[in-house]
Write a protein that binds this ligand. Structure first.
Ligand code: GAL
Length: 499
């Protein structure tokens, strides 16, 4: 069955504003916000009513957020030879970050131990050049193995002098120069999973160092730490508190693999998203750790997700195709016996990659790619750059799709969107093709709505019914929009920059 996927060129056509509509920042902290806009260049970007202390500089909002909580509403207008787009962006100055799920990249799946300053800086440049940054993929996250052998004087954390020769701060500077953000990794014990030094007992020292380096996100792991939930909660709280008072807006990612139901407590200790499952591997059907089982578990947790607090079913595999250093083999410890060779995965098929990305988008999961941009296929890059999939994930209402009742064995996810429309995905997670027909009324949706196929871009009119022929492991996805609906808004420009 051939896949009908529209190609999107981020540097062609009418302007489209992909920047999140709600941006959280802590009072008095640094703002670095690249305005993510696609469309043919040259492109002019105008912004009204930026918060005091923030200015537009070459398409990036930079400065310091107001010292008092409040909401500032800007109107972003993007114009090129083919048209104009406008969008309202709320700057929400307060305690809550990640008002939409973080978008970006993490080093682990693909580079594992081989992460380095040059890898991160190259990935940042490639995100700027390939248009991924203009879709909103802004966080470049360094995972495990950035560390020196031990802490420096006073317990201050230090990076490996061979792989990060100028320190993490220099990487942050290079990433920030592009308007992008930098994340880092630690662990709530004395050692990380890779046996580098952990953060337990050094929370304040580390948070201060991270702030000085210019870190924007911390993933905090749980290897070598006590099992008890109460201890986990306290250890995460210690780091959450340290980050909250470090003088920077640092998104906090809780990574204890869903073992202690973090969806019930991680937000209360400062977590902005929490892993709900074990590590993902580059396989659709692998029990527990493949895309299917991870999605199946994560989709039951929809009621816990909300702006600033998201379920995290782990990074994306898109672009790896069985070549990720950490995702293409089960670690020997997990394999069925030491004498057996570790299993090697071929990676996801095209159909499975579409299912994976659609479901992560519908589930309002962080979309953290973890591929090598120098080898990614055009097909996979085109998936990541699909603006509708990004917009569904980033929708400002911040609701994770709920699973609707339907025919046995079919997964129907429905995600309400801020403009009154709904995104609906139909997934056939098993083998063999399947024809599906679901009346909008069965999903509680108005049958007079207009329907657009998200991946092909086809406008299907108002048939009152969702129809799909699904390949095994396949997904179809639609926007269902009440008729006569208007989207964006606008007003006069104030600050301007050209791209
Ligand atoms: C695991 C974590 C992975 C990765 C790895 C690094 O515990 O789930 O995402 O961070 O540690 O060692």
């Amino acid at each position: 069955m051939s896949l009908d996927i529209a190609t999107f060129d981020p540097f062609a056509g009418a302007p489209r504003i992909n920047t999140p509509r709600r941006i959280g920042v802590r009072p008095g902290t640094e703002v670095i916000q690249h305005l993510a806009v696609t469309g043919a260049r040259p492109l002019t970007i105008d912004v009204t009513d930026l918060p005091p202390g923030v200015r537009l500089d070459d398409g990036v909002c930079r400065g310091t957020a107001p010292s008092q909580p409040g909401v500032w509403q800007s109107v972003v207008t993007a114009t090129n030879a083919t048209g104009t787009a406008t969008a309202t962006v709320d700057w929400v100055v307060g305690d809550l970050l990640a008002l939409t799920p973080p978008l970006g990249w993490n080093s682990w799946n693909v580079f594992a131990k081989e992460v380095s300053a040059s890898v991160i800086v190259e990935v940042a440049h490639s995100f700027a050049e390939s248009g991924l940054a203009d879709l909103g993929y802004h966080y470049l996250n360094i995972d495990d193995h950035w560390h020196a052998e031990r802490r420096g004087p006073g317990g201050v954390p230090e990076a490996n002098p061979h792989t990060f020769p100028d320190g993490v701060g220099a990487v942050a500077e290079a990433v920030h120069a592009l308007g992008l953000k930098l994340g880092i990794y630690s662990d709530a014990a004395h050692l990380t999973c890779g046996k580098c030094f952990g953060g337990h007992g050094y929370e304040r020292v580390d948070a201060e160092a991270y702030a000085e380096w210019g870190i924007d996100l911390l993933k905090y792991d749980y290897c070598h730490a006590p099992k008890a939930k109460a201890v986990a909660r306290e250890r995460y709280r210690a780091m959450g508190d340290a980050l909250a008072s470090c003088g920077r807006s640092v998104v906090f990612s809780v990574c204890e693999w869903g073992l202690r139901r973090p969806w019930t407590w991680a937000a209360s200790v400062g977590g902005n998203y929490w892993r709900t499952t074990p590590d993902i591997f580059d396989s659709f059907g692998l029990p527990t750790s493949g895309v299917r089982d991870i999605a199946r578990h994560n989709m039951t947790l929809d009621r816990f997700a909300r702006p600033g607090a998201w379920n995290d079913p782990d990074m994306l595999l898109i672009g790896n195709r069985g070549n990720g250093l950490s995702t293409s083999h089960l670690r020997p410890l997990l394999a069925l016996g030491k004498e057996r060779p570790a299993q090697r995965f071929k990676g996801l098929s095209d159909v499975e990659a579409v299912t994976h990305l659609t479901m992560w988008s519908m589930m309002a999961s962080p979309l953290l790619a973890s591929h090598d941009p120098t080898t990614v296929s055009d097909f996979d890059l085109n998936l990541l750059r699909n603006p509708e999939i990004v917009a569904i994930n980033q929708d400002p209402l911040g609701v994770q799709a709920r699973r609707a009742r339907g025919p046995i064995g079919l997964w129907i996810l429905v995600k309400p969107l801020a403009d009154g429309s709904h995104a609906v995905s139909l997934t056939h997670p098993w083998l063999g093709s399947r024809k599906v027909e679901i009346r909008l009324g069965e999903l509680g949706l108005d049958e007079a709505s207009s329907i657009v196929d998200i991946w092909s871009g086809a406008d299907l009119g108002q048939p009152g019914v969702l129809r799909a022929k699904l390949a095994g492991h396949g997904t179809a996805a639609f926007i269902v929009r009440p008729t006569g609906q208007d989207h964006e808004d606008g007003s006069g420009p104030a600050a301007r920059s050209e791209r």
